[in-house]
Design a protein around this ligand. Structure first.
Ligand SMILES: [Zn+2]
Ligand SMILES: [Zn+2]
Length: 892
């Protein structure tokens, strides 16, 4: 099989992905022996579109899953999607709105049918995009949070928690979105700092003995006031406590009460209490047994309790109340006031606290176990500092409102008897009322918060509550990879539900992915217009290059800065591997298939060195993956391939490959062994280019039970091959250092890349000279090849550099290169001086700006960092040029 001149990512991606799927390589089989590696995908919303966060997340999943699969683990990567209650309902409602309809026009059943229809058409889009990234999920096990199995798990847990008193229904104040017409959890409310006002309103005492001034940001809620509260120690109001107030506009008598939670320093020190429209007031109202008067309807309009204001919007009512109070002379003043306003995270409508009957999970008892499990190490976060975020949330939990007034979701399994009002919670609809025997039952209209079903994902997808072979084999899962923004929404709730339902943690490790930023370190947002579309960059650079870049930049605990340069460098890397493969394959023409194994102990130094380097790379890459240091693993694979293998070994192999014989056979075997090894190491990061090359290389590989495809070939095991002793390793290091020093002199002296040179090496350090002489003879041919030296001699201890020789000093030796004939030292020095002047001037400019306090105070931090970086680069160039100038000056 021959490789084309250049790598074509597109055809390789389509071809190999389909092959792997057709051959069932990603399918998990609980009956297969071996250690287990299992992981669940964070289910993307059915409404989702692939973004960089997904791309990063899925790449890291795939790197570890492919590695474990190749290491012989029984591997399961569980895919699926989330029904995303409010998000999906909104999408379909918007679609209906275009037809001039609302969900109410359709009715619940028809609307839900319409959402299912939408999901059939578009719900698979996001998963197809994950496939394009090469995700090796077991697609035959795809699940959906609303499918029958998962719905059964949801009902089962709801009933169980209800019976244990961990789920309850209560009249409570909750966040309400008047547009979405549903309850929201605190986490679904965004807080926006908004300029507003503080109104000071005068409330007359009922006995006519004066008035109290209260300050509020929401005058319209005064229609629902049921008290005025002051601090018990506030001298200004002590005498008024217990008196009655005649609430203006409403004409209702309300008491003046004292409560220690009132801040005497805020406003006038007296506050109006509206238990049905404010969370603090709700608490105070409970303590003092105050009535709760709701003055708004579910749409955010004033209701009958608002009297003459009934029917107005919240906003209009505010204006009217202020106007009416002003007319009565009861508005004392108005001050500008900045405060945080809660808005719906889905639609940005201002949230209204609303008194209603909702369902809650009692979180505290569940949180205790979930806290303990992370404290005692049953589950570990990577990086570990995220555990603090987890702890601080879990230590301050409040009950979780799980009911939503939506139609798309798991309907709550509660039933009311229409005759006697009895409520029953049951997995199956009861046939008759357990109290009166009546048959007329009505199911709860509310559905569950989407996160309720997501919290069960690690075990509901494996068949819980049945004890399926999958659940037995793959639970607890090995690892969870997710973003920091859903540690509480999702990770914490999975911990609580997993421990509650199965007695075990849902996953042993949690890896928190970095946040992806643009090349200037800015967060990617629609408004900045710097959002990178992963599908576009995959098209442009190839999927392998995108995956490699993301993995290489995933430093634990740091943001990921993505740039075109990085992507282009990864594409160049894929091409480098491709070209190396073409070279190797060209030199295997006519070789036996498979190649006969060489006797490693009898191989020359260079061959044993590259085999030892491969072993070193294998050990380091494997260990880094085990620690979830994806960047370290990717970079180590990269440096082995680019430097040790391509730069060095391929160069050294060229000569021996030219002549048939034992040496050629051995070098061919070493090339194939190394290339096979590096392809296996690189496959989890760059699956497509590696599979394509490996297929061409495969016939030459001598391995018992060799896999038909790289996707399921064995990952190289770290092993102490000991192909090289310590002295030999040190000798190769010196060989490389000397060759590199000679090559720097070559370019300083202006040699063309192909030109042969004359060079010398002189060992420093006297006594060991004889030893070094023997060592030098061993590596001299390698250094001569690498430096393209026509002659490479050893200078005697007393030999002085001959005329026209330029010398560089390493710690243990000097290397010298003869200048080309007619080399004009004066001109060369002048050229370097000129360059040195330019660089120095440039560097001084940068330094001056960096030293300028004005710049430091005003410039953006990213700008300063860039400037700092550039100054460092220039300083490096300056140092190099000075060194070069010195070498040329010493030469003559
Ligand atoms: Zn909303
Ligand atoms: Zn009944």
């Amino acid at each position: 099989m021959e490789l084309g001149k250049t790598f074509d990512p597109k055809s390789a991606e389509e071809h190999w992905y389909q092959r792997w799927i057709d051959l069932g390589y990603f399918k998990a089989d609980p009956a297969r022996p071996g250690p287990v590696f299992s992981i669940v995908i964070p289910p993307p919303n059915v409404t989702g579109q692939l973004h960089l966060g997904h791309a990063l997340n899925v790449t890291l999943h795939d790197v570890i899953v492919r590695t474990r699969r190749m290491q012989g683990y029984n591997t399961l990567w569980q895919p699926g999607t989330d029904h995303a209650g409010i998000a999906t309902q909104n999408v379909v409602e918007r679609e209906l709105a275009k037809e001039g309809k609302s969900r109410h026009d359709l009715g619940r059943e028809a609307f839900v049918a319409r959402v299912w229809q939408w999901r059939e058409t578009y719900g698979g889009r996001i998963l197809n995009q994950l496939r394009r990234l090469g995700a090796s999920c077991d697609w035959s096990r795809e699940r959906f949070t609303l499918d029958p199995g998962l719905s059964r798990a949801v009902t089962e847990i709801f009933v169980r928690l209800y019976r244990e008193g961990l789920i309850y229904r209560a009249l409570s104040l909750i966040n309400w979105c008047p547009r979405c017409e549903t309850a929201l959890s605190d986490l679904e409310v965004d807080h926006k700092d908004t300029p507003g006002h503080l109104w000071y309103m005068r409330y007359p005492l009922a006995d006519g003995s004066g008035a109290v001034t209260v300050a509020t940001t929401r005058p319209e809620t005064m229609l629902g006031d049921t008290a005025v509260a002051v601090h018990p120690d506030d001298g200004r109001y002590k005498s008024m406590i217990g008196k009655k107030i005649m609430l203006p506009l409403v004409g209702r008598e309300i008491p003046v009460i004292s409560d220690p939670s009132v801040d005497p320093a805020f406003g006038s020190g007296a506050v109006k209490i509206t238990p049905a429209h404010d969370f603090n007031d709700f608490q105070i109202g409970r303590r003092h047994n105050l009535p709760q008067i709701s003055v708004m309807d579910p749409h955010g309009r004033m209701n009958e309790a608002a009297g003459p204001y009934c029917g107005m919007t919240r906003e209009d009512c505010r204006l009217k109340v202020v106007e009416d109070l002003t007319a009565l002379g009861l508005l004392e003043k108005m001050e500008p006031h900045q405060h945080a306003i809660g808005v719906c995270s889905r639609c940005e409508t201002v949230v209204e606290p609303r008194l209603s009957n909702q369902w809650f999970v009692r979180v505290k008892p569940l949180a205790e176990e979930a806290l303990a499990a992370v404290r005692d190490g049953r589950t570990t976060f990577h990086p570990k500092f995220w555990e603090n975020t987890y702890f601080s949330w879990m230590e301050n939990v409040y009950d979780w409102c799980i009911s939503r007034q939506l139609w798309w979701g798991h309907r709550i399994p509660a039933y009311w008897c229409e005759r006697c009002g009895e409520m029953m919670v049951a997995a199956e609809p009861p046939a008759a009322c357990i109290k009166c025997g009546g048959g007329d039952l009505r199911q709860e209209e509310d559905v569950l918060d989407t996160w309720f079903s997501s919290a069960l994902w690690p075990f509901s997808t494996l068949g819980w509550p049945e004890r399926t072979p999958e659940l037995e084999r793959y639970y607890p899962t090995s690892l969870l990879i997710t973003g920091f923004d859903i540690i509480f929404f999702w990770v914490a709730r999975m911990m609580m539900m997993g421990l509650k339902c199965t007695g075990e943690v849902p996953f042993r490790d949690v890896y928190i992915t970095p946040l992806v930023r643009d090349q200037f370190g800015k967060k990617m947002t629609k408004s900045r217009g710097n959002v990178v579309d992963p599908l576009q960059i995959m098209e442009r650079y190839g999927t392998d290059a995108v995956r490699f870049t993301l993995a290489q930049l995933s430093v634990q605990g740091r943001d990921l800065i993505l740039s075109d340069d990085r992507l282009a460098a990864s594409r160049a890397f894929a091409n480098k591997v491709w070209n190396a493969a073409r070279f190797v394959l060209m030199n295997l023409e006519g070789a036996p298939q498979p190649l006969p194994r060489a006797e490693i102990a009898g191989l020359p130094l260079a061959e044993r060195w590259i085999l030892a380097s491969l072993d070193g790379a294998i050990a380091e890459v494997s260990a880094a993956i085990d620690r979830y240091e994806f960047n370290v693993a990717a970079l180590r694979a990269y440096s082995f391939i680019w430097h040790e293998f391509c730069d060095w070994y391929i160069e050294l192999a060229k000569e021996p490959l030219k002549q048939a014989g034992e040496r050629q056979t051995a070098v061919r075997w070493v090339l194939v062994r190394c290339f096979d090894g590096l392809l296996r190491l690189l496959h989890p990061f760059m699956p497509f280019v590696t599979e394509e090359i490996w297929q061409a290389l495969r016939p030459y590989i001598d391995e018992l039970g060799l896999a038909p495809h790289l996707a399921i070939a064995k990952f190289p095991a770290p092993q102490p091959l000991r192909t090289l002793d310590q002295d030999e390793a040190a000798a190769m290091e010196r060989c490389i250092a000397a060759s590199e020093a000679i090559n720097s002199l070559r370019s300083l002296l202006g040699y063309h890349p192909g030109q042969r040179i004359e060079a010398r090496v002189k060992f420093l350090g006297g006594n060991e000279a004889a030893e070094f002489r023997a060592e030098f003879e061993q590596w001299k041919p390698y250094a001569a090849t690498m430096a393209k030296a026509a002659s490479l001699g050893l200078a005697g201890p007393s030999a002085t550099a001959q005329d026209g020789m330029v010398t560089a000093v390493l710690g243990w030796c000097e290397v010298a290169v003869l200048a080309p004939e007619g080399f004009d030292f004066e001109r060369a020095r002048a050229a370097i001086r000129k360059k040195l002047d330019e660089v120095t001037a440039h560097l001084n400019q940068h330094q001056a700006r960096l030293d300028n306090p004005d710049f430091v105070a005003k410039a953006a931090p990213e700008m300063q960092e860039q400037m700092q970086q550039r100054a460092q680069e220039l300083a490096g160039q300056q140092k190099l040029l000075r060194e070069q100038l010195r070498l040329l000056e010493e030469a003559n």
